[in-house]
Write a protein of this length. Structure first.
Length: 132
């Protein structure tokens, strides 16, 4: 399994870092799955709590015509385990964005998965060709 970041997604995250990252530290990942891997095409800012109910989650997914494949956050995954460790989000992507002391953006992709208990499975990342 891997996560492919398109140029557009990378540009979006880099713009957050340079402009407004702390204010827009959570959001939605838009794309599709190919086999067992995620292809990220775009990202949009979201609510800090992501969603407040299953109905709200499904309404949001409908807005993006079922292309919602996950979530991103500046906060570490443990912050949102209670929110994401439920059947509704199983199989979706959680992308933790970390800003290094040097100001470089570090991506930590995880699959929200379940095997007798919920857990985050680390995934490999493939940036668009020629980018890191």
């Amino acid at each position: 399994m891997f996560v492919y970041l398109s140029d557009e997604v990378q540009q979006y995250f880099h713009s957050l870092v340079s402009c407004s990252f702390p204010e827009n530290s959570t959001g939605l990942l838009i794309g599709h799955k190919r086999g067992t891997s995620f292809i990220l095409e775009n990202a949009f800012p979201g609510k800090k709590a992501f969603f407040t109910s299953p109905d709200e989650f499904w309404r949001t997914a409908q807005i993006f015509k079922q292309k919602l494949v996950g979530f991103y956050s500046l906060q570490p995954p443990a912050t949102y385990q209670e929110k994401f460790f439920q059947p509704l989000t199983t199989g979706l992507l959680f992308l933790h964005l970390e800003l290094s002391p040097a100001g470089k953006l570090i991506y930590h992709p995880y699959l929200i998965d379940f095997d007798r208990d919920f857990y985050l499975k680390p995934l490999n990342l493939i940036p668009a060709e020629g980018k890191k």
